[in-house]
Design a protein. Structure first.
Length: 90
């Protein structure tokens, strides 16, 4: 089980969250070519180790949270509200 500390609600089981993808930057512009959107949605690296992921606290406050997580151990190293984390583009 992964425990994700929600900045609003405190520590919660990952079952309360919905994975929303890698926190890798802003999506293409709404009028960008379909190829750009396909690349942004589907062409992702899947590195072992430290990853920054976007999760939505769907069964809680509804906030989007950037989670720094080690994919080898599932250890959550930090969380920040996506609205306050400029590095992922939300």
């Amino acid at each position: 089980m992964i425990v994700i500390p929600c900045p609003h609600c405190g520590e919660r089981n990952h079952d309360e969250f919905v994975y929303a993808g890698a926190a890798v930057g802003a999506p293409p512009a709404p009028d960008a070519p379909l190829a750009d959107w396909n690349a942004w949605v589907y062409s992702r690296e899947n590195p072992r180790g430290l990853n920054r992921e976007l999760w939505r606290h769907a069964l809680g406050c509804g906030a989007y949270v950037v989670v720094a997580r080690d994919t080898r151990t599932h250890a959550v190293l930090s969380t920040t509200l996506a609205a306050e984390d400029a590095s992922h583009g939300a």
